[in-house]
Design a protein around this ligand. Structure first.
Ligand code: GCV
Length: 727
C-alpha cells in the first residue's frame, strides 16, 4: 500500500499541476523552482496600497495573482512590514508622497520601481504619477520575478518612448477577421453590451502588461455599422472593460459615413453639412465614451471611399474628421496605404507621391499611418521612403503582427527581428543616425505626438494567436512600442522565460532559433529582394506566375519581371526611379553596384548570369538562398525536438507539428519558385541542389478555395480544374 501511494505521489509530482494550452499567454505565474523560492519569498510578502481606483485595483489583483502564483503561497493586501510591495501615486498614497520620489520625468505612464525603506522596513516601492503607471510598474515587477531577475536592490525608472501604442484589429462585424489566422474575432458584438465575456479582460491584461494603450476594434476596410448608435453602445461597454487597463478604444471609420449613415448627398469634406455631420457624430460618441481614442481611416485605397472621390486631398479628408475630434482630444490615424489602378506609376512610389506634397497640411491631431514598407508587409521590404520625408507631419509606423505574408498560422517567424530592422533603419533624413525609431518617436523633427501601430494577430483560438510562438509577436510589438531600443534577443529571452521556462539550456537553444527564423522565411519565400510572389487573394503559398488579375500591381509578375534576360524590378533612375524617393546616400546606394544584396531585386533588374558577391551567378545564388531557408527550418525543427523535456506536451507537440508543416511548405515555396524562374533562366541547377520534383503545371494547379483570412469571403468559385494534383 505504502509503495503504491509513493508511486502515485511520484506521478503527481512529475506531471505538471495543470495542462498548458497557451491560454494564459506570458501571464502564467506558475510556481518558481524550489531552489529560488526561498530567495524571493521574503521580498514580496504583502501588497500595500492606499487609495482606490479601477486601475489601482487591477494592479493589486495582478500582483496578488502573480505573486501568489509565482511564490506558491497567498500574497494579499497587508500593512508595511519587511518585504511589503508598496504601490501608488503621490496623489493617492501618503506613504508614496512621503518618499519624495523623482517621478517628474516619468510622464503620465512611466513608473519607478525601487527598493526602499519605509518606517524602518525594507520594502519595494512601485510608484508613478498615475494609477495606470502603477499598473505598468506592477507588470514590470512581476516580469522581473517571472524572468528570475534579482529584486532585492531595485532602482528602475521607465517611461514609454512612444505615446500611442496601438493594435488595429481587422475584425469584421460578422466575426470573420481579414488576414486573421487565429479563429474568429474575439469581439462578440452580437452579445454586447449585455454579455461581456472574460476574454476581454484577459486581453486587456495582456495588452497592459506590454504597454499597449489603444485598440481599434474593426477592419480598416470599414463597415459603416460600426459608427451606428447601436454599435457605439456596444463599444461603450467594451471601453468600460478596457479602461482600468489604460486602453482606449478607436474605430475604423468609413469615409462615406455621412452619406451611408447620415443620409447626406455627399461626403465631400468641404461641404459644411458634412463637417457638421462629423462633429455631431463625434460629439455623440464622446457623450457615451468620454475617453474615446479616435478613428483609423483607410481612404481611397482598395475600393474604400475617400476625399479623392470629391477631388479633395488626403489632408482635406483627414482634417474634416480631425476637426470634429480635436475638442475632445481625439486622434485620426489616416492611412498612407494608397495606390490606384488608374495610376500607372510603380506602386511602390504612389503613397509618397500623394502624401509628400501634403507635408505640413495635416492637423496636429492627425497621424499619417504608414506601413513599414512601400508595398505591403512583405517578408522583407526596405523601409517606406515616407519615413524621414514628411518632417512637418506626425508619422505613425504600422507593422503587421498577423502573418499575412509570412506563412500565416503555422510558420514560426519571430517578428520582432523584422520590426527592429525597420526601427533601426537609417533614413539619412538629417544625416547619419536618422532612424525610423527617431522619426516616429518625434525626436528627429521635434514632434510632441508619437505612435506605433500593429495589425493584431488575436482571435478566439484558445491560445489567442493560433500558434504558441505567434504570442511572441504580440508581446514583442508591445515591448518595442514602449522602448524601440530593446533588442529582439532580450524580448525573446523575456517571453520564453515567462511563457515556457527560464532554464538557460532552453533559452540558449531557442533564442537563436527564433532569431534565425526571420531570415529563413525570406530565404524560402522571397530571397534577394523579391516581393509579392504570393498566390491570389489568400496569399497562402507561392504564385510567382500569376498574371491574370484585374489590376497590374496585384500580379506577382509585375514585381518579379522575370524573363529570359533576368529578374527584378528596375527602380533605379533608368527604371521607375523609386530610389529617388530616398535620401541621397540611400538613393545612390540602391541604384548603384554596392546595393546590399538582400534588397537587390527590389531595386534592380539583374541578368541571370550576373556575378554576385559570392562569385556565383544570380541564378545559382537564388537557388542557394531557397535551400538555405529550408535548411534553417530543418535546424529549427531539430532544435525544438530537443526541447521536449523542457515543455509541456500540448504546447511542445503543436509547435513541433507546425514546424514540420513549415518545412514542408518551405520546400513547396522553393520548388514552385524555382520551377517558374527556371522556365526563364534555362540554367542548370547548381551542383548539389536538386531540381523541383514536379513540373511547373503541378505547382500552378494547387488551390486553396477556403484558405482563411481572405478579404472577400464568399463561396469560393470551383472551376473545372484540368489537373487537380490532389485527385
Ligand atoms: C485590410 C493588404 C491586405 C488587405 C488589407 C490591406 C490594408 O492589401 O491584403 O487585406 O486590407 O492590405 O492594409 O488596408
Amino acid at each position: 500500500m505504502f509503495r503504491f501511494l509513493a508511486a502515485a505521489l511520484l506521478v503527481l509530482l512529475t506531471v505538471p499541476a495543470r495542462a498548458e494550452d497557451g491560454y494564459d499567454l506570458w501571464l502564467r505565474y506558475r510556481p518558481m523552482e524550489a531552489a529560488v523560492l526561498a530567495q524571493y519569498r521574503p521580498l514580496a510578502t504583502a501588497i500595500v496600497s492606499q487609495g482606490a481606483s479601477p486601475s489601482l485595483d487591477a494592479a493589486k489583483s495582478e500582483l496578488t495573482r502573480g505573486l501568489s502564483g509565482l511564490l506558491d503561497r497567498p500574497v494579499g493586501a497587508g500593512t508595511v512590514a519587511d518585504g511589503a510591495v508598496v504601490i501608488g501615486t503621490p496623489g493617492s498614497s501618503p506613504l508614496i508622497a512621503g518618499l519624495k520620489l523623482p517621478l517628474t520625468n516619468l510622464g503620465k505612464e512611466g513608473y519607478l520601481i525601487r527598493s526602499s525603506s519605509v518606517g524602518g522596513h525594507a520594502v519595494t516601492v512601485i510608484a508613478a504619477n498615475s494609477d495606470i503607471g502603477v499598473l505598468y510598474g506592477s507588470f514590470a515587477f512581476l516580469r522581473l520575478i517571472q524572468t528570475r531577475q534579482p529584486v532585492a536592490r531595485l532602482d528602475i525608472a521607465s517611461a514609454p518612448r512612444l505615446k500611442l501604442r496601438l493594435l488595429n484589429h481587422w475584425d469584421n462585424l460578422d466575426g470573420t477577421i481579414e488576414r486573421g489566422y487565429a479563429g474568429r474575432s474575439i469581439f462578440d458584438w452580437n452579445k454586447m453590451p449585455d454579455y461581456m465575456g472574460p476574454r476581454y479582460t484577459v486581453m486587456a491584461r495582456a495588452n497592459a502588461s506590454v504597454g499597449i494603450n489603444g485598440i481599434s476594434v474593426n477592419n480598416v476596410s470599414a463597415d459603416v455599422w460600426m459608427l451606428s448608435s447601436m454599435y457605439i453602445g456596444k463599444l461603450a461597454a467594451l471601453a468600460d472593460v478596457l479602461r482600468p487597463y489604460g486602453i482606449r478604444v478607436y474605430v475604423a471609420a468609413k469615409f462615406s459615413a455621412p452619406v451611408e449613415l447620415g443620409r447626406l448627398k455627399t461626403a465631400d469634406p468641404a461641404d459644411p453639412q458634412v463637417q457638421a455631420w462629423w462633429k455631431k457624430e463625434v460629439d455623440s460618441i464622446y457623450r457615451r465614451i468620454p475617453d474615446f481614442g479616435g478613428f483609423v481611416v483607410k481612404a481611397n485605397s482598395e475600393g474604400q471611399p475617400g476625399p479623392r472621390d470629391y477631388n479633395r486631398t488626403q489632408a482635406e479628408g483627414a482634417n474634416v474628421i480631425a476637426d470634429a475630434l480635436a475638442p475632445h482630444g481625439g486622434i485620426v490615424f489616416w492611412r498612407a496605404f494608397v495606390y490606384s489602378e488608374k495610376d500607372p506609376t510603380d506602386r511602390a512610389k504612389q503613397a509618397y507621391n500623394e502624401f509628400k506634397p501634403l507635408d505640413g497640411k495635416f492637423r496636429d491631431n492627425v497621424f499619417v499611418q504608414t506601413k513599414n514598407g512601400a508595398i505591403d508587409f512583405q517578408p522583407r521590404e526596405p523601409a517606406h521612403p515616407m519615413f524621414g520625408a514628411m518632417p512637418k507631419t506626425n508619422l505613425a509606423l504600422e507593422v503587421q503582427i498577423t502573418k499575412e505574408y509570412l506563412g500565416q498560422t503555422t510558420h514560426l517567424v519571430y517578428l520582432p527581428v523584422l520590426f527592429k530592422e525597420i526601427l533601426d533603419w537609417d533614413t539619412f533624413a538629417k544625416g547619419q543616425g536618422s532612424t525610423v525609431a527617431k522619426v516616429i518617436d518625434g525626436s528627429l523633427e521635434g514632434h510632441d505626438q508619437s505612435a506605433m501601430v500593429g495589425v493584431s494577430n488575436i482571435g478566439d483560438d484558445r491560445n489567442w494567436t493560433g500558434a504558441q510562438f505567434s504570442q511572441a509577436d504580440w508581446y514583442g510589438f508591445g515591448r518595442l512600442a514602449w522602448e524601440p531600443s530593446l533588442s529582439a534577443e532580450q524580448i525573446a529571452r523575456e517571453w520564453l522565460g515567462m511563457t515556457f521556462t527560464n532554464d538557460p539550456a532552453f533559452a540558449n537553444a531557442v533564442i537563436p532559433m527564433m532569431i534565425k527564423s526571420r531570415e529563413a522565411v525570406v530565404d524560402y519565400m522571397t530571397p534577394l529582394g523579391l516581393h509579392h510572389q504570393f498566390a491570389t487573394g489568400h496569399h497562402y503559398g507561392p504564385g510567382p506566375w500569376v498574371s491574370d488579375l484585374a489590376r497590374p500591381e496585384w500580379n506577382p509578375v509585375y514585381y518579379n519581371h522575370a524573363d529570359a534576360q533576368g529578374l527584378g524590378f528596375d527602380r533605379t533612375p533608368s527604371g521607375s526611379d523609386a530610389t529617388s524617393q530616398y535620401a541621397p546616400p540611400l538613393a545612390r546606394l540602391f541604384s548603384g553596384p554596392d546595393i546590399p544584396e538582400r534588397d537587390l531585386l527590389w531595386f534592380q533588374r539583374v541578368a541571370w548570369d550576373h556575378r554576385m558577391k559570392s562569385g556565383r551567378t544570380l541564378w545559382d545564388e537564388l537557388v542557394v538562398h531557397y535551400d538555405t531557408g529550408i535548411a534553417t527550418v530543418a535546424e529549427m525543427e531539430k532544435t525544438w525536438a530537443a526541447m521536449k523535456p523542457h515543455v509541456d506536451e500540448e504546447r511542445w507537440s503543436q509547435t513541433a507539428t507546425f514546424l514540420a508543416i513549415q518545412k514542408k511548405e518551405a520546400q513547396w515555396w522553393r520548388d514552385a519558385c524555382i520551377a517558374y524562374f527556371e522556365s526563364f533562366s534555362r540554367m542548370p541547377m547548381p551542383a548539389g541542389h536538386a531540381p523541383p520534383p514536379h513540373d511547373l503545371a503541378y505547382y500552378k494547379a494547387i488551390t486553396f478555395p477556403y484558405a482563411p483570412g481572405r478579404p472577400d469571403y464568399t463561396s469560393a468559385p470551383f472551376h473545372n480544374r484540368p489537373n487537380d494534383p490532389m485527385e
